[in-house]
Design a protein around this ligand. Sequence first.
Ligand code: HBI
Ligand code: FE
Length: 287
Amino acid sequence: MTSDPFIRSGLKPHEIPADHVVDQRFDAYSAADHQTWSRLYRRQFELLSGRICDEYFAGLAALGITADGIPDFRQMNRTLEAATGWTVVAVPGLVPDRVFFTHLAQRRFPAGFWIRRPEEFDYIEEPDIFHDVFGHVPLLMNRSYADFVAAYGEAGLRYADPADLARLARLYWYSVEFGLIETGAGLRIFGAGISSSPGETVHALESDEPNRIAFDPVRVMRTLYKIDDFQQTYFVMSGFDAMPDLSPGPLEAAMARARALPELAADAVLAEDRPIGGGERRRRPAA
Ligand code: HBI
Ligand code: FE
């Protein structure tokens, strides 16, 4: 990480408490900040139609997340908490793993409160409010996704070995960040790393380059990933009800199998992988 979250957020280390939660300081956003949000929002909203799952747009609408400007967490949290028990809390940037897991386990989604500068419009290294709130928060209105992310937080607190934590991080990466999902209307996006990126939105569904493989927890836990380029492999969930069970028994069973097998490169393809159609040029739905 080359950018320091403390610098990005404008806060000094002594201003950040142990849980890393700070005030969103909604009134401190400039008109230019709100305009950056609006521009990012409009571009992605257009690109996501026909490409993202319906549950995403349902959450976006219910939470009143619009192109008008950066959302106020206090307002958004009233609806979110009533629906799935989740709230969004403001943090300065990436938080340490234990802090991250603790928040998720308690149904608090840590969201960066700052927004990228205009010159970083297309690429940032750390999650800002656009990635976190536009990308992740709408799906926290969905019961299955909400429960899965909370279970991931609880799972994180049960493991300490860095190799196990790396396997766990891959489960999150290839689902919550870069997951695809099968729907009655075809293959759709649900991962926030895709939905908050215009380039990856098109690449994930329409490029012939990446592999698209049915999501299998053991396969995913073995698979390395790239953080500085489009993904070479996307794993496809067969539906929100099919998200893997991360409760202690089933997760440890999958973890034990993954530990006993070799790690796989990000672009590996195995004979037992079930490939999922995609990569064909898809027609946009009639307006
Ligand atoms: N912190 N704010 C924030 N957001 C993340 O997505 C995040 C984090 N800390 C650690 C982390 N993700 C991942 O490495 C976890 O899956 C462990
Ligand atoms: Fe994210």
